[in-house]
Design a protein around this ligand. Structure first.
Ligand SMILES: *Cc1c(COP(=O)(O)O)cnc(C)c1O
Length: 366
């Protein structure tokens, strides 16, 4: 059994995919070919924002967002203590300081009350609080209603790290629309993945969009050889855009299928382990199906013995990362506890009922 079966996915769209790839190799526009701009329009229309700017990966997307908002040295950015490293790494890469915030045990997403408690901490450190990066962890959008109010009150930018969240929604409004700038990743195992690295930014603000288009190509000006600022080299390959165009045709169907798989898991596991919580009005893109249990290590060993892959996302909090040891921030209590209890089970749109039942029977063996 595969944790996320990309081979089955390829088989399901093989003819279309091969044709799209050949078209790029024969066309020869390997950088910024027509597929890139077409895809950007499709993605912007899909989520419902004015601008989508693709880039080389989800980490660059976060970095570009911070650069476009002018965040750098002497600035503080609030990030969840429980997330993938890149969320905090991007903050440090632009010279700002990440302040690690606890998460809700039920949704795994950032706890705004804990941001409030850390505003004064920034000031004591001589840092200016500038932004919150909320993560749609495991596919579930964060509580953007509360976050937007909070950010407005404290004059903070809101960045949505939707690397795992593309396809989710809150009351019909799609993920990657909730930030002043929102980002996603097309790493192969993400809800919408390409065949290599890829990423994108989303915004309704035309000034940010112009800035991002400049920053992703070395800070280019209107004249290609007049660089008006320092940027980075971070474009999405034409080949990856072509892959994503094919996958977008199947995306809603896959989203429905993965939701069916998650519902079936929850039906079978509910009350026996802590199953994921999807608040009313929310839909998840199910980047992961993550349970919480006190016998995590024992269950993982049993699954392994049966040839079933499972993953611990994440075994360390951001504050426990060696790269952030110098920040001397204590791990947040909920985040720290989660590192001991979480376990992500195999999940993808092509998982069969028999496979789900097999996983569950091993998880529940006593
Ligand atoms: C995957 C991921 C990223 C980084 O995306 P890459 O495309 O791998 O650079 C950032 N944030 C979160 C929450 C992620 O899961």
């Amino acid at each position: 059994m595969q944790f996320r079966d990309l081979h089955r996915q390829y088989e399901a769209m093989r003819a279309e995919m091969d044709e799209a790839l050949l078209k790029v190799t024969r066309g020869g526009a390997y950088i910024m070919g027509p597929q890139v701009a077409e895809l950007e329009q499709q993605l912007a229309d899909y989520v419902g924002v004015k601008h989508c700017i693709t880039c080389a990966n989800g980490t660059d997307a976060l970095r570009l967002a911070l650069m476009a908002l002018g965040i750098g040295p002497c600035d503080a950015v609030f990030v969840p203590d429980f997330t993938f490293f890149a969320t905090a790494e991007a903050v440090a890469m632009v010279g700002a300081t990440p302040i690690f915030i606890d998460v809700f045990k039920e949704t795994y997403n950032i706890d705004f009350a804990d941001i409030y408690d850390n505003i004064d901490v920034c000031r004591e450190l001589g840092l200016k609080p500038r932004a919150v990066i909320a993560v749609d962890l495991f596919g579930l959008p964060a509580d953007y209603k509360m976050l937007a109010e909070f950010c407005k009150e404290f004059n903070l930018f809101l960045i949505e790290d939707g690397a795992q969240g593309f396809g989710g929604s809150i009351n019909g409004k799609k993920a990657c629309t909730f930030g002043d700038i929102s980002t996603t990743s097309f790493f192969p195992a993400k809800p919408l993945g390409c065949y290599g690295d890829g990423g994108a930014l989303f915004t309704d603000n035309s000034d940010y969009a112009d800035m991002l288009r400049s920053l992703r190509v070395h800070g280019k000006g209107l004249d290609k050889y007049d660089n008006v600022r320092l940027g980075i080299n971070s474009r999405l390959d034409t080949l990856q855009a072509a892959v994503l165009q094919v996958k977008m045709r199947h995306f809603d169907e896959e989203l429905a299928a993965v939701n069916r798989v998650a519902r079936k898991y929850t039906e079978l596991l509910f009350g026996k382990v802590t199953t994921p919580c999807v608040p009313k009005g929310y839909t998840s893109s199910w980047a992961q199906y993550t349970i919480q249990t006190d016998n995590r290590d024992e269950i993982q060993a049993r699954l392994k013995a049966a040839g079933i892959p499972s993953m611990v996302y994440y075994p360390r909090t951001m504050s426990q990362q060696t790269a952030f040891a110098h920040l001397k921030q204590d791990p947040c209590p909920v985040a720290k506890r989660l590192t001991k209890t979480v376990l992500s089970l195999p999940l993808h749109p092509y998982l069969t009922d028999e496979e789900i039942e097999q996983v569950v029977s091993i998880v529940l063996t006593t």
